[in-house]
Design a protein. Structure first.
Lengths: 990, 426
């Protein structure tokens, strides 16, 4: 019961107040007499919104019967009920504000985290209520998902977090990205305690950056909502991050029912009142109201259909052999995936002797060790492990730990396995726990690879997490789907969106079976339309093999067949295909003895891991150092080969990205100049730095660059970002500005450039809206810019005369000593400097190509924007490519080499992208060159350019590789993609 | 400025096709478009306004358009392909019409995305015509000639006027449906007039007067309701298909909706040509034409404002010439991609007109709106502390409940600050 002294309202009401709050997962109810709390209850509703509400109201009967009741409903899932029952509804943030104003008037800020929403209310200077946008992680559902990922309960997650030693940076905007960050940390053996605390920290960062958006959180802060009430570790992170003193931190006892309390206060101000019976009747009536939700066809309309279906799929099986009677050689395949570990042991005829499939519980090394022990004991002296291979996220770790013979990239393993079932397979779709992979096969080699991205994330673990949150086991949950009569339409974007679709369905009273079937269809549609982006079934291929653990789920399998309109093959070992493929690979590639750890060495095997920071360069990568019993070490987490304990000497390989970085960072300062100007090094400035540097230096400025981005720079400016779905290169500009302000420069310059240079290669020469006008946003949202002179003129750099005119007109109002002829001369210097820079890039490109040809290396055009070269926003992917033996060049170093300008289907109107198209054309004309396009999350322009670039490449018989990047810091997935490219190229060359 | 020589070949809308091809037009502003199409029909085109909606439209859009492309493109293209699939039209006797803004925003690419989608869907032979005022797509026999443009300007004025009047009457009408029905009758009448009758400014002024008088006669009652303005990316701002029937939702929640008109957007695109001249030295020759057009169209708008003022029952829109200075309070007029500075200006305009409660709509991931919408809320709130703005993203994956919940939060504040004095005195 809440502390009554905290209620200050006088008891002069002649009615009873009832507040109901129905959130995405729980229902809460309070009954008050004046300020006296008579009854409170908090329960999960398992999607049965109306029934649960009625149940709770009935429980409160002793306090309600015979009284005049003023009631109101709040909460996102309560909206529909309130409408149909005709009971007053109050928006939940508003209810929270009502509650705080009445019960705790001295509070300055309320932070509330709910199941799926985060809210913040400022009370000073007029109430300011904010709620997260649609694209946002960092809520209760997110924490639950992360706990599932670590295979702990939310309570255990909390306990773990209290014992942390290190906080890892985890992308906080989107739950999916956070997962991408956490998964490799787990697989590399980072401590769970540290990860747990890092998860909470990311929630805190998300709340502060995403919601407060620069407004200071100060004074007395009240924390509300389930996640904060239940998690001590989360509280701790909030208090530490906000530097709150104890007296300014309010964790009220009534936190869980705060919205319900607010609803009751709101109710007291309404004119309508009810009797107990009336109230029950209304809710009951609403319960029976018809559903308005969009529905789909059932998965199976008859039992016979289902029988035909399951009989058909039973045929795609592998022979299972008895390990206890077999004698001879065996081959081991391990798939150390993102959430699960799979093993298969096959005999010389590819029959399966042993297999294993389970969650890796965040400890893949331990799981594999246990399994090897078991296999050795089953094998006895009869069976010899003649070869072994490992694939998946944990490939390198496992390979090092247990002396596995081969490490192969996942896509190759899956292809090998699929061929075993269908030699003429032309399309493989793998839906695993965390990711969707699909590839087309042409001429017996992988032709194109598509992996899911942030906004297309509905995979297996999503179904699992969801079924758990609704209170069911995943297999029961999927069985319910098979004969659901009206599967609900749930949309396809990302898990956050699907969660809210389910909320909508719940609101409309859909039952669990229909939701389950709807989710299966969503996962499938997501794969087809978001990841593969197919238009029709025929586009996928004739001979489709589907695999991955998610396809054990008959509902998903059926939904897939229905959606594409024909039958597919699901191997009986759908979840083991990676491991099976690895075993097949090992079997056919082994030469000599296997290097796998011996039975004896295994019995003494130990493994410890600790975290460290690499000091090899300014990147300061977080490293995980794994030490094994034989003293061998395995280090992971690094972006480049440095810091690996000197395993490889660094060769002097040309890299155009590196060249460009060096060039820009070595632009000289002139400290003797009478005034200084700072350039934020981001977006368009990356290309134009030499240009503007020459102009301003000539005009007598000391030009100071903000330097290469880093995560620290990002966090400097994170709290003034108004739109969190803008691209990372834009958002990081805030940090660069803060840094420059901190350096105390006299002015900061970042112009608005509607038009870029006209390189005569396209229909127009626009910049994208973000590159063009981000200064306006910086000016409007960054208070620190008021401390300095911010120069952001609108200029036309495609015309020298116009530029001189515009620049002079602008500068003369700030600097009276600058003359028109000075500006003219300076602008000339600028064009010369730009010309020089571009020529230098082209020469470097030339050299790199020559080097590659001399050394028979592959050339990789790492293409996109000039700002790809930034080590933070571009994540140093060029370094990774280099470590994979590519010679890296940029699109601006090769685009002029294309024999002709490619024809495109779209309006070719952006300068950066016309270079991209030309570079793609160049690739199609050179056998030893490949292109990989870096795409920033949130880049609307790239929705147009990626398809075009793919088109140009594919028409020229080339592979298209795309890497989508955001704030993600871990490179595992990027590496898989690049290695898949290499694998596919090798296959092609065979 | 734009010559498009690097675009692949596609079927052109030819002079012969004018005779017997039906041009299908997507739903954006049903009433405006109806009158506008009437004009095109009078000039020898055969047009048809599409009205198919629903999940199928979204599904077709998802199928044929890159999923990260803005929602409006998905909807418009989805609607067209859904219509072609319906079998209601002779596929070899139809063309499709799409608007093209011509600017650094990806919206200029809609037409090309549509052509790509048609190709993929097996309709590659169907010609597409572009409705633009920037001189794009010159080869097409579909041409907005000066006389057509002149008439279209009137159509837009009529459309804007009726939109304003319906918005101001509907929340207070005694007999539900009166306002919409009246607007429908007038739309029919005006369409007929545009097709057959002579066009003169005098007729237009007379029409304005009659329309306003008719709307004033609708019986109304009640206390003033909180005014809620809608701004945003042009498609999701206006189209019920794009914004999940936002206007109806707001009215059902007890608000009076205020939507700045389409004419302002047209004037904004012309004004930008002048700005380009000023900032970058472009359009040296054409600037004078834009200037004349701008002044002419602005004077049409003034006729309309005068008529509303004269009658006295309704609030007129703000004259266009007063709008750019509002934007300049917080943003430069150089921001011209998408809805650009106009969107920011409209938020301030609404605040000045007593609609400080604002829904700022945009497709999920809309690039210009990062800057002109969400990016300008802080300075606007600093300048106008009463501003109560909510940004809502629209997308095939976004759910109505999420959107409505956020709008309700904005509305709860709106209700608290609302003036409750009676409005219609007998």
């Amino acid at each position: 019961m809440a502390d009554m002294t905290e209620f200050t309202r006088p008891q002069n009401e002649n009615f009873i107040k009832l507040g109901i709050d129905i959130g995405s997962t729980t229902a809460k109810i309070v009954v008050l007499d004046g300020s006296k709390l008579l009854f409170e209850k908090y329960e999960r509703h398992f999607s049965m919104v109306r029934a649960k509400t009625l149940e709770l109201v009935k429980e409160a009967r002793p306090y309600l019967e015979g009284k005049t009741i003023k009631a109101a409903i709040s909460g996102s899932a309560g909206l529909g009920l309130a409408e149909e029952a005709d009971i007053p509804f109050v928006q939940e943030v508003f209810a929270t504000a009502e509650m705080a104003k009445n019960i705790a008037p001295d509070v300055n800020v309320v932070i509330e985290l709910g199941g799926e929403d985060a809210k913040i209310i400022f009370f000073d200077g007029g109430i300011d209520q904010r709620m997260n946008g649609t694209c946002a992680g960092g809520t209760g559902a997110f924490i639950d998902q992360m706990a599932t990922l670590l295979d702990v309960s939310p309570d255990e997650l909390d306990d773990l977090s209290l014992d942390c030693k290190k906080i890892y940076p985890i992308a906080s905007r989107c739950g999916v990205f956070a997962k991408t960050d956490i998964q490799p940390l787990l697989n590399q053996g980072a401590r769970k305690e540290d990860i747990a605390a890092s998860i909470y920290q990311s929630v805190v960062n998300q709340t502060i950056a995403g919601l407060a958006q620069g407004r200071k959180i100060e004074g007395k802060v009240m924390f509300l909502g389930g996640p904060i009430s239940f998690n001590k570790g989360l509280k701790k992170r909030f208090v530490e991050t906000l530097h709150l003193s104890e007296e300014n931190t309010v964790f009220p006892k009534y936190a869980k029912v705060s919205v319900a309390l607010g609803a009751s206060i709101y109710a007291s101000k309404q004119d309508v009142s009810f009797s107990y019976n009336e109230l029950c009747e209304r809710i009951e009536k609403a319960k029976a109201a018809a559903s308005s939700v969009q529905t789909l066809e059932p998965l199976f309309s008859t039992k016979d259909e289902y029988i035909e279906f399951s009989d058909r799929h039973k045929k795609a099986a592998v022979e299972q052999k008895d390990i206890s009677s077999y004698t001879g050689n065996a081959h081991l395949g391990i798939d150390c995936g993102s959430t699960t570990t799979k093993l298969t042991l096959i005999d010389d005829d590819c029959g399966i002797l042993y297999s294993f499939y389970d969650s890796n519980k965040g400890e893949p090394v331990e799981i594999v060790r246990g399994q090897l022990e078991k296999i050795y004991s089953l094998c006895g002296d009869r069976i010899k492990i003649a070869s072994s291979a490992v694939t998946g996220y944990g490939e390198e770790l496992i390979k090092h730990a247990f002396g596995i013979d081969f490490g192969i990239v996942e896509t190759m393993a899956h292809f090998g396995a699929a061929k075993h079932f269908k030699p003429d397979v032309d399309f493989i779709l793998d839906i695993g726990g965390q990711d969707i992979k699909c590839f087309k096969v042409r001429n017996n080699s992988i032709d194109s690879i598509m992996l899911n991205e942030a906004c297309s994330s509905g995979c297996g673990s999503f179904l699992e997490t969801f079924s758990k949150s609704l209170g069911y086991g995943v297999s029961d949950f999927s069985k319910m789907a098979l004969f659901a009569e009206k599967p609900v339409q749930l949309g396809t974007r990302c898990t956050v969106f699907m969660n809210s679709s389910v909320k909508q369905a719940q609101k409309d009273g859909a039952d669990v079976a229909d939701i389950s079937a709807g989710l299966s269809v969503s996962v499938v549609k997501n794969a087809i339309y978001k990841v593969i982006r197919a238009n029709s079934a025929s586009e996928l291929g004739e001979n489709i093999v589907v695999q991955g653990g998610t396809f054990y789920n008959d509902a998903v399998l059926r939904a897939f067949e229905k959606e594409i309109g024909h039958n597919v093959i699901r191997p009986s070992i759908a979840g083991l295909m990676g491991a099976f493929g690895a075993a097949l690979y090992a079997k056919s590639n082994i030469q000599g003895e296997s290097s796998i750890i011996t039975k004896e060495a295994l019995s003494e095997f130990t493994h410890t891991s600790k975290s460290a920071t690499c000091r090899g360069c300014t990147n300061n990568c977080s490293l995980t150092v794994n030490t094994f019993s034989d003293g061998k070490k395995f280090i992971s987490g690094n972006k480049c080969e440095k810091g690996l304990g000197g395993t490889k000497p660094i060769e002097d390989v040309p890299n155009v990205h590196q060249f460009k970085r060096d060039y820009i960072l070595s632009l000289p300062e002139t400290p003797s100049a009478k005034r200084s100007v700072g350039f934020p090094l981001g977006l368009g400035m990356y290309e134009l730095a030499p240009f503007w540097h020459a102009i301003f230096t000539r005009l007598g400025f000391n030009v100071v660059l903000s330097g290469m981005s880093s995560r620290e720079i990002y966090s400097l400016g994170q709290n003034s970002i108004p739109s969190d779905t803008a691209c990372y290169p834009a958002k990081i500009m805030h940090g660069h500005i803060e840094k420059l302000v901190g350096l105390g420069v006299d002015a900061i310059f970042y112009p608005c450039l509607t038009y870029n240079f006209d390189e005569k290669a396209a229909d127009n020469h626009f910049n994208c809206p973000v590159v063009a006008y981000y200064s306006e946003l910086l000016h409007s949202n960054m208070d620190s810019l008021k401390e300095t002179t911010f120069l952001y003129p609108y200029l036309n750099i495609s015309n020298e005369k116009e530029l001189a005119r515009g620049l002079y007109d602008y500068l003369k109002t700030y600097f009276t000593d600058i003359s028109k002829s000075d500006v003219k001369a300076a602008v000339r210097c600028g064009y010369e400097a730009h010309e020089k820079y571009m020529t230098a890039i082209e020469n470097e490109g030339e050299m790199a190509i020559e080097f590659a040809r001399r050394n028979s290396r592959r050339i990789l055009v790492l293409a996109g924007r000039p700002y790809n070269i930034d080590m933070e926003t571009g994540h140093g992917i060029d370094k990774l490519c280099e470590s994979l033996s590519f010679v890296v060049v940029s699109e601006d170093s090769v685009w002029k080499k294309a024999s002709e300008k490619p024809n495109v289907n779209v309006l070719n109107q952006w300068t950066y992208h016309s270079r991209l198209y030309n570079a793609a054309k160049f690739i199609t004309e050179n056998e030893d060159a490949e292109l990989c396009q870096l795409v920033y999350f949130g880049c609307g322009v790239d929705a147009v350019t990626t398809d075009e670039t793919r088109d140009i490449l594919e028409q020229g018989g080339k592979l298209y590789t795309q890497i989508k990047i955001d704030e993600i810091t871990n490179m595992g997935a990027v590496k898989i993609r690049l290695r898949s490219l290499i694998g596919a190229l090798n296959e092609r060359n065979k | 400025m734009t010559n498009e020589k690097y675009i692949r070949k596609y079927p052109i809308f030819t002079e012969e096709m004018k005779k017997d091809y039906t041009i299908l037009v997507p739903t954006m502003l049903p009433r405006h478009f109806k009158i506008m199409l009437g004009i095109l029909n009078a000039y020898g085109y055969k047009t048809h306004l599409l009205d198919n909606m629903g999940q199928n439209v979204i599904n077709e859009g998802l199928k044929y358009v890159h999923n990260d492309t803005c929602y409006p493109a998905q909807l418009v293209i989805g609607q067209m392909i859904d219509a072609l699939n319906s079998g209601k039209f002779d596929k070899h006797k139809v063309a499709l019409m799409i608007t093209q803004t011509g600017g650094g925003c990806r919206a200029s690419n809609y037409i090309h995305l549509l052509r790509k989608a048609l190709e993929k869907a097996g309709y590659g032979y169907i010609p597409v015509v572009s409705l633009n005022f920037s001189g794009l797509e010159k080869e097409s026999a579909f041409k907005i000639t000066m006389p057509i443009l002149h008439r279209l300007a009137y159509a837009i004025c009529y459309g804007d006027l009726m939109m304003d009047l319906v918005n101001q009457s509907k929340p207070y009408e005694v007999n539900a449906g009166d306002s919409e029905a009246l607007a429908d009758r007038w739309t029919e009448r005006l369409t007929r007039q545009m097709t057959t009758g002579k066009l003169s400014r005098k007729t237009a002024k007379q029409n304005y007067r009659l329309i306003i008088e008719d709307f004033a006669k609708i019986p109304k009652q009640g206390t003033p309701k909180p005014k809620v303005g809608i701004v945003g990316e042009i498609f999701v701002k206006f189209s019920p298909l794009g914004n999940n029937n936002l206007e109806d939702f707001l009215v059902s929640e007890g608000a009076e909706v205020v939507v700045p008109g389409l004419l302002d957007f047209c004037l904004y695109t012309m004004y930008n040509a002048l700005i380009d001249r000023k900032l970058y030295g472009y359009n040296k020759k054409s600037a004078i034409i834009y200037k004349v057009l701008l002044e002419l169209f602005a004077s049409f708008q003034q006729d309309l404002i005068n008529a509303i003022k004269q009658e006295g029952s309704f609030n007129p829109p703000m004259p266009f010439k007063e709008i750019p200075p509002l934007a300049e309070e917080v943003i430069s007029l150089g921001v011209k991609m998408g809805e650009g500075w106009l969107l920011t200006a409209e938020m301030i305009e609404l605040i000045h007109e007593g609609a400080q409660n604002i829904v700022c709509t945009q497709p999920f991931g809309c690039l210009p709106n990062h800057i002109v919408g969400k990016g300008m809320m802080k300075p606007i709130k600093e300048k106008y502390p009463k501003a109560n703005i909510v940004a809502i993203d629209y997308d095939s994956g976004a759910t109505k409940i999420n959107q409505e919940n956020r709008i309700k939060l904005m509305l709860s504040t709106a209700v608290v600050t609302q003036d409750k004095r009676p409005m219609f005195q007998k």
